[in-house]
Design a protein around this ligand. Structure first.
Ligand code: PEP
Ligand code: MN
Length: 339
């Protein structure tokens, strides 16, 4: 339920409403908007939610409205204004396009620092790189783990770019959170509910990637797991879904952008690297993503793609990434955004 407050509601009124929500067995989530202030009541017994209607008679309450969607805190019904998430100083979901770039895997100091400096020079405002890698084969490179996190920190000191890096396991959340500005949940973990709940308790933004078999509704329910534990800083990432098509690694579902913009207040970025699997398809899909209204891009860049430990075929050389940035600028401008 959404409890809409009157413009003149006092702090005492609000406290009393929140207490009543708790007494009725629900969790209150306060949302302070520009136009209106609301309190979401979620988490209780759905069959008994009519009991919340009693809040209508409390001082300071204007209206009590049911939320029809299964995702409550993620829905635009609850939170009209688009959320802007501060990621180590870069605001994602506002006017600026988030441009996250870097290697699939952190391999060495030389590889990471060279890439970080190159992407920064080209115009990226955030850096990506995996230290814990979810690989299809157990015989493939699994990542440098904490050593990789330390190298990411060094590259951040060098460039000032905030770090986005993946956390695969709930037991590693604290470790990764000590180094990362944004914690990435990979496509394969989108429904790892114990990991999502753990991330809901962290005070760091989470970049949640859509799974290859995840519907938009399921994707938003996964975001809801994080939000419901108290962490409001969630960024969604479309990275391609699995279809019958084999010409590309996945099928980039660009239509999810306008759908998600309608359904949720959370920012949505696009990863054209994993979506296409081929470096030469990354730029056209990056342009299309911006034109469709994405709030940002995540792009894999490697100084020597042929010898990359992972995802070489889809990685751009630094000079190709620099050209991509120049070629997406007119699209960014056309959309009324900046980089
Ligand atoms: C990655 O970002 O390197 C990655 C493994 O992505 P995804 O989870 O989308 O496959
Ligand atoms: Mn990758």
């Amino acid at each position: 339920m959404i409890i809409v407050l009157k413009p003149g509601a006092t702090p005492e009124n609000i406290e009393a409403v929140k207490q009543k929500i708790v007494d009725l067995g629900y969790k209150p989530h306060e949302i302070i908007g520009v136009e209106r202030q609301v309190i979401g009541a979620v988490g209780g017994d759905d069959h008994r939610k009519d009991r919340l209607q009693v809040l209508e008679s409390m001082a300071g309450v204007e209206d009590v409205i049911p939320i029809l969607k299964p995702y409550k805190l993620a829905s635009r019904e609850m939170h009209h204004a688009s959320s802007v998430i501060n990621c180590g100083g870069v605001e994602v979901g506002g006017n600026t396009i988030a441009l996250m770039a870097g290697p699939c895997s952190v391999e060495s100091r030389e590889q990471l620092c060279a890439t970080a400096e190159a992407v920064k020079k080209a115009g990226a405002n955030m850096m990506r790189g995996g230290a814990f890698k979810p690989r299809t084969s157990p015989y493939s490179f699994q990542g440098l783990e904490e050593e990789g996190l330390k190298l990411l920190k060094e590259a951040k000191e060098l460039t000032g770019l905030p770090i986005v890096t993946e956390v695969m396991n709930s037991t590693e959340v604290d470790l990764v959170a000590r180094y990362a500005d944004v914690l990435q949940v990979g496509a394969r973990n989108v429904q790892n509910f114990s990991l999502l709940k753990e991330l809901g308790k962290v005070d760091k933004p989470v970049l949640l990637k859509r799974g290859m078999m995840t519907t938009i509704k399921e994707f938003l329910m996964s975001a809801e797991y994080i939000l419901s534990e108290g962490n409001r800083q969630v960024i969604l990432c479309e990275r391609g879904i699995r279809t019958f098509e084999t010409a590309t690694r996945n099928t980039l579902d660009l239509s999810c952008i306008p759908v998600l913009k309608k359904e949720t207040h959370l920012p949505i970025i696009v990863d054209p690297s994993h979506a296409t699997g081929h470096w030469d398809l990354v730029e056209p899909m990056a342009r299309a993503a911006i034109a469709a209204g994405a709030d940002g891009l995540m792009i894999e860049v490697h100084p020597d793609p042929i010898n990359a430990y992972s995802d070489g075929p889809q990685s751009l050389k630094p000079e190709k990434f620099a050209a991509l940035v120049e070629n997406i600028r007119p699209f960014i401008k056309l959309m009324g955004r900046t980089l």
